[in-house]
Every structure is written in structure tokens, then in C-alpha cells.
Design a protein around this ligand. Structure first.
Ligand code: DOR
Length: 409
């Protein structure tokens, strides 16, 4: 059951977020950060964090926990454990479960069970069309205040008239539409054109309807250019890219949707991050059984590797600063989800992650706590490891010392 520590002082960490870069103490009282300064003292518990870096805990805008119905792949508990092991304390769950999440009652059930597990804050998306049938949108009325984002992720709402209706409903209800941009008729013959065209369509429909749009897993230069053009004219569009689309290319034979792209696409996405066009890095954590993966199921798990992959490929080579990474992996996704997280500052939730920025470790998928072990990053050496995840002042994950030894290179 979820609880918060009365008072905890994180002492001597190098605190990095969009406003801090220095050795500081962080005081969390009743689950909320109350002071960030040097020389703080407190009556309660203390965590000695000298030598470690303290960041706002990560928030993932895009994860599949497969619960209900597909819990042989993942469930709320295993997904939550994978999240905190990766430094996350908040996740936005996709609706392509069995049954599809389309009602207020289903959302309430997921949120209640996630709260009982108490490791991460969960936002549960509702499907854009009821049961992802591609045509019905009247379920969007009366969803309740807990639903902020609707998404058909895993597939596209192919009928533009239906998507427009859903977007009009979203605009009047204050919902964000998170879209999986893929023309599913075109993708078997030209999967990048399929993404480019649907990104343009969804931006135009959202502009007409006046709704907020969040574009999931952007992977092509063309899609990114369409988003940049929309942002330049002031349209309320946000977007995310995944660690895998920022690091791997089509030369890695791994099935994921959207597919791994060319080096030119990877370079363009990285440049777009550097120039500030990308709002978030999301995992698209997509666990599958070995059998389903062998049979061609698209996707990979990502929660337990995302920080290491991004630190290794974006921060270490100097593409972006660590402070910018915290914006992409914590502050901006928290803002899009409407959470009071993402900054190490008084008044924010006491959700922090302590990382050893310099520790090198080898990804070993057999050690994942996720039920999914499907990852192309298996065996890769990464730099930067999550040592402790703190939620509301309470430690919800601590790296086991024997594992640290085992996996040091
Ligand atoms: O590769 C993917 N897997 N892309 C998606 O959009 C859906 C996801 C899944 O649900 O497995």
C-alpha cells in the first residue's frame, strides 16, 4: 500500500534539473520537497548520496503494462517494478489491453490496483474509439477527471471523419489526443510514407478541431518536419521520440512499430532534440512473450534501459546536457500528464532518482524485472545506472550491491 515517508533528507548529491547544477541537500517532508539547499539538517531519515547525481524521477508518457488480459506479457505489478528499477515514478499506460480500456469503470479499476501496488503514479489512457472499433466515439463523454489523454496506440484511427469527431470531443472535454501516426493501408508497401502522411493528417485534423495533439514515437524526418512546422505556427502539438529511434537504425534486425529507420532519420531526430523541438523521450515499453516475439510481435521493453541508453548516446557524447535530458524524461512528460513532478524544487512531489553517472554496466535482459525480456540492447555496455528511486520520500527501488559488482565492467 502506498505511503509517504514523514521526513527524509537526501544529503550531498549533485542535484541536476533545469534549474540546479550543484552539490545540494534535498529535504522531503510528507511526500513533498520542502527545501533544496546546502547544510540542511532534519530529524527524520537521511540518505547519504555523496558521489551520486540526483535528478527528478523519470516520467514515461508511453508504456504498455498489458493489464488486464495480457498479463502473461506484463501486469501492473511487474510493470511498476520495471519502472522504478529504471528510475520512473510515473507512467502513462496505453489502452490496447484485453479488453481494450474504453470506460471510466475500467480506468478506475486500473488506478485502484496501481495505487495498492504503490510504486508508481499511473495515468491510464482510454481508447480514441470504443473498443478500438475505429468508428464509435460516444464513450468519450463522461470519462471522469482522471482521464487526460486518449490514444489508439498500436493502431491508427483510419477514418478521418471519425478522428475529427473524436478530436472535436477531445477539444470540448479538455483531453489530449495521443496519436499513433500510421496509414495502415500504406504501411505494408511504404512504412515511412505511412507515418509521414498520417502525421500530417492528424496535425491538420487537430488544427481544425482545436484540440491538443501529442504525437507518439516519431521516427522519420518527414514526420518530425511536419511537427516542427505545426509548432512554428503555434499549434498546440507536442511529440515524443523513443530511445531506440534515437540510437538504432534499420541495420539492426528488430521488429518494432514504427520500424527502425535510417541513420539520416536518427541524425535528424537528434538534431531536433538539440534544437528544442522534441518534448519528451518515451520508452514505448512493449513487453512480449518469447513465443509472440518469435511470431513477429512488434516492440521492445524499455523502462529498465532508457536512462542508460539516453545518458550513453545523448549526454556522454555532448549532444545534450544532463539538465536537458531531465526536461525530456521528466519535466515535460510530467507537464503533459498534468503531474506535479519533474523539478527538484520546493512544492514538487518528492520523487527523485539517484544515479551513478559514470558506472558502466552491461545490459542483461535475463535480469529484467519486467516479464518482457525482448530488447535489442541486450549485451550492450551502457554508462549511467539507476542506484535508488524515491517516490514521495520513500525508497521504492534500491540497486542491490551484489548486482552492482556483478555487472560492473
Ligand atoms: O512496436 C510497437 N509495439 N508499437 C506499437 O505501437 C504498439 C506496441 C505494442 O503494443 O506491442
Amino acid at each position: 500500500m502506498e505511503s509517504v515517508a514523514a521526513s527524509v533528507l537526501i544529503r550531498g548529491a549533485h542535484v541536476v534539473d533545469s534549474a540546479h547544477d550543484g552539490v545540494l541537500d534535498v529535504l522531503i517532508q510528507s511526500g513533498v520537497i520542502t527545501a533544496v539547499a546546502t547544510g540542511l539538517s532534519a530529524d527524520g531519515a537521511t540518505v547519504d548520496a555523496h558521489g551520486l547525481t540526483c535528478l527528478p524521477a523519470l516520467c514515461d508518457l508511453h508504456a504498455h503494462f498489458r493489464d488486464p488480459g495480457l498479463t502473461n506479457k506484463e501486469d501492473l505489478e511487474s510493470g511498476s517494478r520495471a519502472a522504478v528499477r529504471g528510475g520512473y515514478t510515473a507512467v502513462n499506460l496505453m489502452a490496447n489491453t484485453k479488453p481494450v480500456i474504453s470506460t471510466h469503470a475500467q480506468v478506475r479499476d486500473v488506478l485502484a490496483r496501481a495505487r495498492r501496488i504503490g510504486l508508481v503514479d499511473v495515468h491510464q489512457c482510454v481508447s480514441i474509439t470504443a473498443d478500438m472499433d475505429g468508428t464509435t466515439v460516444n464513450h468519450l463523454e463522461g470519462l471522469g477527471k482522471h482521464v487526460r489523454i486518449i490514444s489508439e496506440d498500436g493502431r491508427e484511427v483510419m477514418n478521418a471523419r471519425v478522428m475529427l469527431q473524436a478530436m472535436h470531443a477531445a477539444a470540448s472535454l479538455g483531453l489530449t489526443v495521443m496519436c499513433h501516426c500510421e496509414d495502415m493501408n500504406l504501411s505494408p508497401v511504404d512504412d515511412r510514407l505511412a507515418e509521414d502522411i498520417m502525421t500530417q493528417r492528424n496535425i491538420e485534423l487537430a488544427r481544425t478541431a482545436g484540440c491538443r495533439l501529442h504525437v507518439a514515437h516519431v521516427s522519420t524526418r518527414g514526420a518530425m518536419q511536419a511537427i516542427i512546422a505545426a509548432k512554428e505556427r503555434g499549434q498546440p502539438v507536442t511529440c515524443e521520440v523513443t530511445p531506440h529511434h534515437l540510437t538504432l537504425t534499420e541495420t539492426t534486425p528488430y521488429r518494432v512499430n514504427p520500424p527502425l529507420r535510417t541513420q539520416a532519420d536518427v541524425d535528424f531526430l537528434r538534431d531536433s532534440i538539440r534544437l528544442g523541438w522534441v518534448d519528451a523521450i518515451s520508452t514505448d515499453h512493449a513487453p512480449h512473450t518469447r513465443e509472440d516475439k518469435t511470431a513477429g510481435a512488434p516492440g521492445m521493453v524499455g523502462l529498465e534501459t532508457a536512462f542508460g541508453v539516453c545518458n550513453t548516446t545523448l549526454v556522454q557524447p555532448g549532444h545534450i546536457t544532463l539538465a536537458r535530458l531531465t526536461e525530456l524524461m521528466s519535466r515535460n512528460p510530467a507537464r503533459i500528464m498534468g503531474l506535479n513532478k519533474g523539478c527538484v524544487a520546493p512544492g514538487y512531489d518528492g520523487d527523485l532518482v539517484l544515479v551513478d553517472l559514470h558506472r558502466r554496466w552491461i545490459v542483461d535482459a535475463t535480469k529484467f524485472v519486467s516479464k518482457g525480456h525482448n530488447t535489442p540492447f541486450d549485451g550492450m555496455t551502457l554508462t549511467g545506472r539507476v542506484i535508488r528511486t524515491i517516490k514521495g520520500g520513500r525508497t521504492v527501488y534500491a540497486d542491490a550491491p551484489e548486482q552492482q559488482e556483478e555487472r560492473q565492467t
